[in-house]
Design a protein around this ligand. Sequence first.
Ligand SMILES: [Zn+2]
Length: 381
Amino acid sequence: MADLIARVTSTGPHAPLAGLVTSSLGLDVWEIGSEYVVLQAGEAQTERLEAMGYDVEQLQLTEAYLSDFATDEAVSGYHTAAGLEADLRQLAEDHPELAELHRIGSSVQGRPIWALRLGERRPDARKVAFLGCHHAREWISVEVPYLLAADLLANSSTDPVQRWLSAHEIWVAPMVNPDGHEFTRTDARLWRKNRRRNANGSIGVDPNRNYGYMWGTLNIDTSSHVPSDETYVGPRAFSEPEVRAVRNLVAAQLFAGVLTYHSYSQLILYPWGYTGDPIADPADRAELSGLGADMQQLIKGVHGRTYTAQKASALYPTAGDTVDWVYGEYGVPAFTVELRPATAMDGGFILPASQITPAFEENRPAAHAFIQHVLDRPPLP
Ligand SMILES: [Zn+2]
């Protein structure tokens, strides 16, 4: 059981920070700065890091962090899996001509995974998708796409939303990992993975390492082949029903762009994650970095928050994530947006409920820009 949240720094070239993330210590990496890494670790791991030459500063015991941040206020205002289903159903009932609820699959424990389809049905519609909550503890990543859907419907009789929904489709799946999310409400607030029972008896596969593009090509702390690790990639690509649900939806709808919400760190990430190499195609590279920069600007314009746009691998290398797969397999724009807050000591994965609305407000114009960009994009050859 990991028991403290620590800020780890290098004490010299013999202990490089990059080496920390690419090691295989089973660390739960939370946050990466240019000169530090924040992680959750147990005593044995902490001692090991110190022996390797890192400086480990305790920010807070996990227990104290939870009692500071995981308050009743921080639970109220966030959806349960059942509450989300009820609210999505309500949106569909209130807008029968525009919204339709689809069960896109089932979790390991049999919970439904839902996507709301928005838009009139047109045979030549372009389609955009927003996803949330691959990682159980990232509660704000449910609320932002949910509020995006509700807001689009509330504004469906004015442009540009009216124009979008009369010709095109926007799909929103706010909770890809309902089992994990439920477990964070009932048992362990900081649970990350799904609830698969692995062959060795440990629990959970990281759904955002289980996609089938360059799957399993890394074996490090941020993409691990050790089943008990927080970033366990699973026994094979698409082994997890939650990930197959997304795969099947994308394969059926052939989205022209996909944006997936996570938290935290305030980042806008684009491919690649599996390699430090940039996207090879110069036009695609310019398109994704340009759109990322535009979204950064739009987010900052709302409440002044900086969400840094960068290549995913610049944060840390990951293989088998959603955006690598979407871009690698379909060649369309794909982004991960890491939402509020910026740091662990601002709450990390536990964002006060009072920040749900501002988090949505600042992301709305960037999401709209993504939609507009994808709808305007010339079709693939
Ligand atoms: Zn995440």
